[in-house]
Design a protein around this ligand. Structure first.
Ligand code: MN3
Length: 201
């Protein structure tokens, strides 16, 4: 037994069917209980017995990109944790307060932000993620391949991740088939803007 805590699959905080009709229950269950559990298990295996044991996931991701198992599974662990906690059955609508002001300042208005974010998500070829990040110069949109994320250095996508959208086919194919755009349009209805705003510095 390791003397350190290992990473654990987080609870969703809502039922698998709670995001219906926008995101379907079967996809949510498989995505969380199989995919995210798999990343979690493989991350724990990859760090077992190394100096990474006991470190935060943020610290691990910032400095171990050369380790493929850690990069892929640590990214998968972090990204999905952020993803689940960015959605709510009571989500949707538009942000308010400081987040709304920051979006307006960086993108013009909320509709323009949504269009730019969806464009980043649509044009990510193959599997990956679209991100909204807070940087020293304001909010930025970027995308990453595979399970890379803005905490990793030198990938052209940086800052504090505020919101991430999974555009792997496993996130949408059962309900939407190849219709990634339909998935993105549905997903806006469950985004928890309060949770997103809480990540701002
Ligand atoms: Mn996924």
């Amino acid at each position: 037994m390791s003397r350190f805590m290992t990473f654990e699959l987080p609870n969703l905080g809502y039922a698998y069917d709670a995001l219906e009709p926008h995101l379907d229950a079967l996809t949510m269950e498989i995505h969380h209980s199989k995919h995210h559990q798999g990343y979690t298990n493989k991350l724990n295996a990859a760090i077992a017995g190394t100096e990474m044991e006991g470190k935060s996931i943020e610290d691990i991701l910032a400095s171990h990109m050369d380790n493929g198992a850690v990069r892929n599974n640590g990214g998968g662990f972090y990204n999905h944790t952020l993803f689940w906690s960015s959605m709510s059955p009571n989500g949707g609508g538009a942000p308010t307060g400081d987040l709304a002001a920051a979006i307006d300042a960086s993108f013009g208005d909320f509709t323009s932000f949504q269009q730019a974010f969806a464009q980043a998500a649509m044009t990510r070829f193959g599997s990956g993620w679209a991100w909204l990040c807070q940087t020293d110069s304001g909010l930025e949109i970027c995308s990453t391949p595979n399970q890379d994320n803005p905490l990793m250095t030198g990938i052209g996508c940086g800052g504090t991740p505020l919101l991430g959208l999974d555009v792997w086919e496993h996130a949408y194919y059962k309900k939407f088939g190849p219709g990634r755009g339909d998935y993105i349009a549905a997903w806006w209805n469950v985004v928890d803007w309060g949770a997103v705003a809480s990540r701002m510095n």
